[in-house]
Design a protein around this ligand. Structure first.
Ligand code: SF4
Length: 183
């Protein structure tokens, strides 16, 4: 049996939570409480649906049209250890990983000393949408984001450069099919 996640729900095929067709996991528990949040039922830190990471991976790997998994919330970084294990296994199986968070990239790096599992999860992510949802900055025109303050980041490049690096949305679909298993 694999490591367990506490989930509020799963969407097996989503086209709105990142590039391509993805399985989206909604984690349970969020400390941010953003005004206008679409998923306030995910805020409580209480047990909802238990998800075994190996079983989730097995379902994802069996679906040939999936490009990756997306971790949404709730706040995925509150379950960073288990999600980092799942993300690593996704990469071993050719699936890329996108993660939403109410923290900024800078807050995650700064908090990484106290929470090394945050860095571990970042190191196993390809894409990150960071920052709280700001109702005053809400826009329906943004790719994969709800408000203008949020950023769609290239995580490996951000870690390499030591600063937040945005995804080039113009070329997103040119070179980001399934993750190469050899990468
Ligand atoms: S971080 Fe996401 S789930 Fe948490 S309150 Fe904000 S919008 Fe809602």
């Amino acid at each position: 049996m694999g490591t367990k996640l506490n989930l509020s729900g799963v969407v097996s095929e989503s086209i709105v939570d990142g590039p391509g067709i993805r399985m989206t996991l909604f984690t349970q528990g969020c400390p941010h409480h953003c005004k206008g949040c679409h998923n306030p039922e995910t805020w409580a830190f209480e047990p909802r649906h238990s998800g075994d990471i190996d079983k989730i991976l097995a379902v994802a790997v069996k679906n040939p049209i999936l490009q990756g998994l997306t971790f949404s919330g709730g706040e995925p970084f509150c379950q960073a250890e288990a999600l980092s294990q799942l993300a690593r296994k996704c990469h071993e199986n050719g699936l890329n990983v996108m993660c939403y968070t109410g923290y900024t990239f800078e807050q995650l790096i700064e908090g990484g000393e106290k929470h090394p599992e945050w860095i571990k999860l970042l190191e196993n992510c390809d894409y990150l949408v960071d920052g709280k949802f700001e109702l005053e900055q809400k826009s329906l025109m943004l790719l994969f984001r709800g408000s203008k303050n949020q950023r769609f980041l290239n995580v490996p490049e951000s870690l390499k450069q030591g600063k937040a690096v945005k995804v080039n949305e113009d070329t997103l679909y040119l070179g980001t099919k399934k993750r190469d298993k050899n990468n």
